[in-house]
Unconditional design. Structure first.
Length: 252
């Protein structure tokens, strides 16, 4: 094991996590962090993508995030850029359900990215739990992303800019492929996004029209992709025309 290169250790680490080989997982993580920290830093985005939501890779995850978020290296412009990028996501975070320890260690160092009122409310909530603060405290989320999406099984099938923006290209690549698909379309020369989710497979086996019934499909749109509040969602009622695949036009 000591003679293996860091990329070889990663190749062993991922299946070890899947099979819950905790002692081996711990050993490999410690070896990577102690002996190959330069490799981790150089390939940090790829590593974060690999280990995201893995069950036992907390040490490597924390080390990677710490390097990405090492604010002692940030300048004023870095904070400004990050604040601009995160601004629309801040309202979606359930800050009050984060433990007081994590709030102190992982949120407070980034207080410059948050409003003063939010910072004061978070730490007032944890410091004096029984104090009735005037805060908009939303209920905790009961679902976890890993229960909905399996990130290691998601792949990009078709991209118009890469594969050609034609019905023929869509049919050749996507039709009769196994598994659910999600379609995202950016309307040309606008900030509008439309799309939909098909829990079934696209099928045009009769070479004309194929209809499927499902209650799990939905369509969505964003009037402005930069404004989350502009989103609209429409759900299927489960009738026989929930999913339609036309050999001449594609899906709808």
């Amino acid at each position: 094991m000591t003679k293996l290169q860091p990329h070889e250790l990663l190749n062993i680490l991922l299946p070890s996590d899947e099979f819950e080989l905790q002692p081996l997982v711990t050993y490999i993580q410690e070896t990577l962090i102690k002996n190959y920290d330069d490799f981790i830093i150089k390939n940090i985005l790829e590593i974060v993508e690999l280990i995201y939501q893995k069950k036992f890779l907390n040490e490597l995850w924390d080390f990677s995030i710490q390097e990405i978020c090492y604010i002692n290296k940030w300048n004023k412009n870095d904070f400004t850029v990050m604040e601009r990028q995160l601004n629309r996501f801040i309202p979606l975070i359930r800050f009050y359900y984060i433990s007081s320890e994590d709030s102190l260690l992982k949120i407070y160092p980034f207080k410059e990215l948050l409003s003063n009122d939010l910072v004061n409310n978070i730490f007032g909530y944890h410091t004096v739990p029984n104090n009735k603060l005037n805060i908009n405290m939303q209920p905790p989320r009961s679902l976890k992303c890993k229960d909905i999406l399996h990130y290691d099984k998601i792949g990009l099938l078709y991209r118009a800019s890469r594969d050609g923006n034609t019905v023929a290209a869509f049919h050749e690549i996507c039709i009769n492929k196994k598994g659910a698909t999600i379609v995202v379309i950016n309307i040309k020369n606008s900030d509008q996004i439309i799309g939909g989710y098909n829990p079934l497979e696209w099928n045009s086996s009769n070479n004309n029209e194929n209809n499927e019934a499902t209650k799990d499909s939905f369509i969505f749109s964003f009037t402005n992709k930069n404004v989350l509040q502009s989103a609209k969602v429409g759900y299927s009622n489960g009738n026989q025309y929930s999913i339609i695949c036309l050999s001449s036009l594609g899906w709808r």
